[in-house]
Design a protein around this ligand. Structure first.
Ligand code: GAR
Length: 203
């Protein structure tokens, strides 16, 4: 079986991207190879990490385009030039338009720092902390045309401890993100994920 090319979208520090890229480079995710990384933030740490992995890293400036669609077209062009099979949204803080989602239907995996469908959107860890839940966690899912609404691949629960702050909770959630995101990518690359309506069957 041909290795799948995995490319990344990231806006920030890139720890989830790094967790996946390490496992691809080491051969732990054996059916994958590294594609490109695209960021919408010029000084995103993820760009630097990608270059350290020997990957092409592109900053695509959203302000240089007249519309979201035009910005996404430029990104999709780069992803296609790299023959991308799977896109990982690893802390990419923009909602993808239907155009982008349709170009890569069921081929974009997102990591979200809460147990969806609870606490979609930004600052999910703080949303959960402020709400007072006793258990939160993280979710990987395929991106669909909604906001954090796509079919769920994996979830991990994280208990909220009495002495937690939003920051300490976010740190523990992040450790679990670094587990389920590489596992989800590995399953995809071994053709083990089948989307049936809202559900993802792990074969
Ligand atoms: C992660 O916690 C990720 O789950 C979250 O951003 C952080 C990025 O950290 N993503 C979202 O909130 C998406 N809505 P990282 O750059 O170190 O991977």
């Amino acid at each position: 079986m041909r290795k799948k090319v995995v490319s990344f979208l990231a806006s920030g520090r890139g720890s989830n991207f790094q967790a996946v890229a390490r496992k691809i480079q080491s051969g732990d995710i054996s059916r994958a190879c590294l594609g490109v990384l695209v960021s919408d933030v010029p000084d995103a740490k993820a760009l630097e990490i990608a270059r350290d992995f020997g990957m092409k890293a592109h900053f695509v400036d959203p302000r240089a385009f007249a519309s979201r669609a035009a910005h996404e077209k430029a990104i999709v062009k780069l992803l296609k030039e790299a023959n991308t099979d799977l896109i990982v949204a690893a802390g990419y803080m923009r909602i993808l338009t239907p155009y982008f989602v349709r170009e890569y239907k069921n081929r974009i995996i997102n990591i979200h720092p809460a147990l969806l469908p609870s606490f979609p959107g930004v600052h999910a860890q703080k949303q959960a902390f402020d709400y007072g839940v006793k258990i939160t966690g993280c979710t990987t899912h395929f991106i669909d045309e909604g906001t954090d609404t796509g079919p769920i691949i994996m979830q991990r629960a994280v208990p909220v401890e009495p002495d937690d702050t939003a920051e300490s909770l976010a740190e523990r959630i992040l450790k679990e993100e670094h587990v389920i995101l590489p596992l989800s990518v590995d399953l995809f690359c071994r053709d083990k994920l089948e989307v049936k309506g809202r559900k993802v069957v792990i074969k």
